[in-house]
Design a protein around this ligand. Structure first.
Ligand SMILES: Cc1cc2nc3c(=O)[nH]c(=O)nc-3n(C[C@H](O)[C@H](O)[C@H](O)COP(=O)(O)OP(=O)(O)OC[C@H]3O[C@@H](n4cnc5c(N)ncnc54)[C@H](O)[C@@H]3O)c2cc1C
Length: 232
């Protein structure tokens, strides 16, 4: 952080900043109680990812080359990077969306169901939403079975739980995967409709982020619990 402050000034070094540009973006924010500035730099590369590994070593020269025509701060930050650098391939399930999260008495949740790119910073949040819905549904099933309110067999009730889980979660989580891709295009001035117009980019990002942030998970679980109640 001390070196970052020297290079780009206190305000920029200590704030959470996204530098946006054609075919790339860079995020910086303070971590470790402000002692370190964390840096993630994204560079759009239309070439196929050649390695079997998702994380491969890269060089300072490659990082400098990818951001050579950026402004002072970004180039200065790249120059500050120390030690070995890694390059991460960004993959998601966008090209292969699952047609169902459930099959009989088995289901997938979290990244296994809807692995997303990182551009909304919401992958783990959506896994937690999945868990909340699933836990509530299982509890409703348990209460109904224990109390004799349902005459259905446990296996059949469980299948219904997972069916409601799928119908509650699939659309929202698969939307996140595609929205994360669109957000990367917005950050990198590659979105056809918004181009490099900051007002349009902001509007587009705002509603997308609000859709992620402004949900009431209790409302969602109440609705899915009702749906399950009607089925069992
Ligand atoms: C670098 C990075 C930064 C991220 N930043 C954010 C962020 O800021 N905000 C956010 O919301 N999300 C973020 N995410 C996404 C988030 O980490 C994931 O969405 C979340 O961890 C997925 O949780 P999960 O439990 O579904 O899967 P995982 O966390 O992948 O857990 C799956 C577990 O299953 C284990 N496992 C796999 N196969 C087997 C097996 N056969 N037997 C037993 N165990 C097995 C694995 O070892 C692992 O522990 C980030 C991800 C990465 C990689």
């Amino acid at each position: 952080m001390e070196r970052a402050i020297e290079a780009i000034g206190e305000e920029m070094a200590r704030s959470r900043i996204m530098y946006s540009g054609e075919g790339g973006h860079m995020l910086t924010f303070p971590v470790a109680h402000g002692k370190t500035m964390n840096v993630v730099a994204f560079h759009h590369d239309p070439q196929e990812w050649e390695s079997e590994q998702l994380v491969v070593p890269t060089t300072h020269a490659e990082a400098r080359r990818d951001f050579a025509d950026w402004g002072h701060n970004v180039r200065a930050i790249i120059d500050l990077l120390q030690g070995d650098l890694d390059k991460w391939g960004i993959f998601d399930l966008g090209d292969n969306p699952l047609s169902n999260f459930n099959k009989g008495r088995v289901c997938v949740a979290g990244d296994a169901a809807h692995a997303t790119g990182p551009h909304h910073g919401a992958g783990a949040g959506f896994c937690i939403e999945d868990s909340a819905v699933l836990a509530e549904l299982l509890q409703v099933a348990w209460v109904n079975l224990q109390s004799g309110r349902t005459r259905k067999a446990k296996a059949e009730v469980l299948e219904s739980v997972l069916q409601v889980f799928d119908s509650t979660r699939r659309e929202r989580t698969q939307w996140l995967v595609s929205s994360s891709r669109i957000s990367a295009d917005l950050y990198e001035w590659m979105d056809e409709a918004c181009g490099r117009d900051p007002r349009k980019i902001k509007e587009e990002l705002l509603w997308r982020n609000h859709k992620i942030w402004n949900i009431d998970i209790e409302d969602i679980t109440r609705a899915s619990n009702r749906e399950l109640g009607d089925m069992i």
